[in-house]
Design a protein around this ligand. Structure first.
Ligand code: HEM
Length: 548
């Protein structure tokens, strides 16, 4: 009897347990269903919000659900933007997909406003850096995450490095010149290759110090960086990271090698700094021991201090455990080398095509040198050289678009246009930098004098001095150099909240390099190999030693 009662009890309790479990399960399913519905409704609501706000921005009609995606893959996207701006005005929209809105802005005043207000970058750019170099804060899409590191790098670059007469030390320039001599002994050089090498040496010594010049793995590092640069955008363009592709893993192994090399040289730099500080600052032993070339006996310079600060922050992940050690160093090397090489290449090309300007810059360099008691180049006085750098940057073909977005808030421009949050904002910088309305009728021509004004009359810009008496001789005293950023259509370094933090450093560094280069050499187009239209490496050039 007892056993019957027990089994009846068990049956009832297991039945109520089952029912309880069933109810629990149903409740979980309901909660999941409600959550998914809320999330979907939120997405649909956001989509309607995006569509209704975007409706007010002019643009080509879009009858296809997937938008103008086919147009964005048109061979020359810049031509498409140019045509659409002519048709729809200074702000227009394109749908790249049902949820992807692109807004292009061409009016300089609106651009300035937008670049100040839109603080975030496109997730695509952050992804390219993250896939190659791991998580880092510089080049991160959200401004909040990048701000602190941006500010510290900008402060270190601008204050400490520019406190000196030259942005890059003389021994670095000498090292590059030695390399140019060695290349020249073999004949002509490819413009692209020599520019890349110059940029790499400038950036390497800026970040890693003088020991970078003697680093045996520097050539391999340069090759690795260029291989990664070739494929970075391609792998980042996948929506889902393509772990199943062999090519992706080959790319990842290149990135891992680069990380190991960066850690290696960064740790050596850290050790060097400590050794450097522990030895008697007035003795020569310290620097010889650690192999620092060309600075024997000098106390730790501000640039060495900067490197130490940069490395200690980088090696300990800048206090953020989620950051890849040295991720920012690799990012700066990557972006800095490519962009600086492109600028140096652009200057070299302009100098070989405008020999008259090259001769004038040479006279200017010699005049400044004669009047200077110090061995350092006095770059600030080389106005035509600096104006040539600005003008080459203006005509720089690299980076035709600036890209931004505002991840959280809508953007309201002064002209009343509301750009919904999450839209891709582009500025066709290349179009703007060659626009007649901002630069005059000779906008597409190389004319460095557009950045010079007659002294005493601020607004009196030099028009075309190529045939005037003044233009033949050096120009200091009678001219002043305009701030290129005064013209809102000067955007080779971007503008606003996410503008390039390396602008001043690069302009001064490249000027120092060219002042030394042009003092010793004339740069000429190779008479036979010169301009091969099929060449992907730029024109072949020769450096002809001057008889001084
Ligand atoms: C000729 C050389 C260079 C050019 C033409 C250049 C150009 C640019 C441009 C166009 C941007 C985007 C700006 C924007 O969206 O408004 C940028 C961002 C940046 N540049 Fe450069 N750059 C050069 C060299 C350098 C160097 C040498 C460094 C560092 C030492 C550097 C550090 C940065 C950083 C950190 C950013 C990212 C800012 C951010 O996303 O918050 N750049 N650069």
């Amino acid at each position: 009897m007892n056993s019957i009662l027990n089994s009846l009890n068990d049956f009832i309790s297991s039945k109520s347990m089952r029912e309880y479990a069933k109810k629990e399960w149903n409740a979980i399913l309901w909660v999941a269903l409600i959550t998914i519905t809320v999330l979907l409704l939120e997405k649909v609501f956001k989509l309607f919000r995006l569509w209704s706000k975007a409706r007010k921005i002019p643009g080509p009609p879009c009858n296809f659900f997937f938008g103008h995606g086919n147009l964005s893959s048109r061979e020359n996207f810049i031509d498409l933007l140019s045509e659409s701006h002519d048709k729809y005005g200074s702000v227009f929209k394109l749908w790249l997909g049902p949820t992807q809105l692109l807004v292009s802005i061409k009016d300089p005043t609106l651009i300035k406003e937008m670049l100040l207000k839109a603080e975030d970058k496109l997730p695509f750019i952050g992804k390219a850096f993250r896939l190659a170099f791991g998580r880092s804060s510089l080049f991160f899409c959200s401004y909040d995450q990048a701000q602190k590191r941006r500010e510290s790098l900008a402060l270190e670059l601008n204050n400490k490095m520019l406190g000196k007469a030259n942005a890059i030390p003389k021994n670095v320039v000498d090292c590059i010149m030695e390399r140019v001599d060695a290349i020249m002994s073999k004949g002509s050089v490819e413009c692209k290759l020599v520019s890349q090498h110059m940029a790499f040496t400038i950036l390497g010594t800026m970040l890693f110090g003088d020991m970078f010049l003697a680093w045996s793995k520097a050539t391999f590092y340069e090759e690795l960086l260029m291989m990664i640069a070739k494929d970075a955008s391609f792998w980042a363009s996948y929506r889902v990271t393509p772990f199943w592709k062999r090519g992706f893993w080959r790319y990842q192994s290149l990135c891992t090698k680069l990380k190991c090399l960066t850690l290696d040289i960064a740790q050596q730099c850290g050790k060097n700094y400590r050794l450097f500080c522990h030895t008697d600052q007035n003795s020569h032993i310290g620097t010889e021991k650690v192999g620092i070339k060309g600075v024997s006996g000098a106390p730790p310079s501000s640039s060495v201090e900067m490197q130490h600060k940069f490395f200690s922050q980088e090696l300990d992940g800048h206090g953020n455990a989620r950051e890849e050690p040295c991720g920012n160093i690799m990012g700066v090397m990557f972006h800095g080398c490519i962009a600086t090489a492109s600028l140096i290449g652009s200057i070299l090309e302009k100098l070989i095509t405008d020999v008259e300007i090259q001769d004038k810059i040479y006279s200017e360099i010699m005049k400044v040198k004669k009047g200077s008691v110090k061995e350092d180049q006095n770059i600030q006085k080389m106005l035509l050289l600096l104006a040539t750098i600005y003008e080459s940057a203006r005509l720089l073909p690299a980076g035709p678009l600036l890209q931004r977005c505002s991840l959280k808030d809508d953007l309201i421009l002064k002209n009343g246009v509301v750009i919904p949050a999450g839209a891709v904002l582009v500025v066709p910088a290349q179009l703007l930098q060659m626009d007649d309305s901002s630069w005059g009728s000779d906008a597409s021509k190389f004319n460095p004098y557009r950045f010079l004004s007659k002294a005493g009359k601020d607004s009196d810009l030099v028009q075309d001095t190529s045939h005037t008496e003044e233009a033949v001789g050096p120009i200091q005293g009678s001219f002043i150099l305009n701030d290129p950023n005064d013209n809102a259509a000067f955007l080779p370094f971007g503008s606003g909240m996410r503008a390039c933090v390396g602008q001043k450093f690069v302009i001064h560094g490249v000027a120092t390099l060219f002042a030394s280069l042009l003092e010793c050499y004339e740069v000429r187009l190779h008479p036979q190999l010169g301009n091969d239209p099929k060449s992907t490496t730029g024109p072949e050039i020769v450096f002809v030693r001057r008889n001084v």
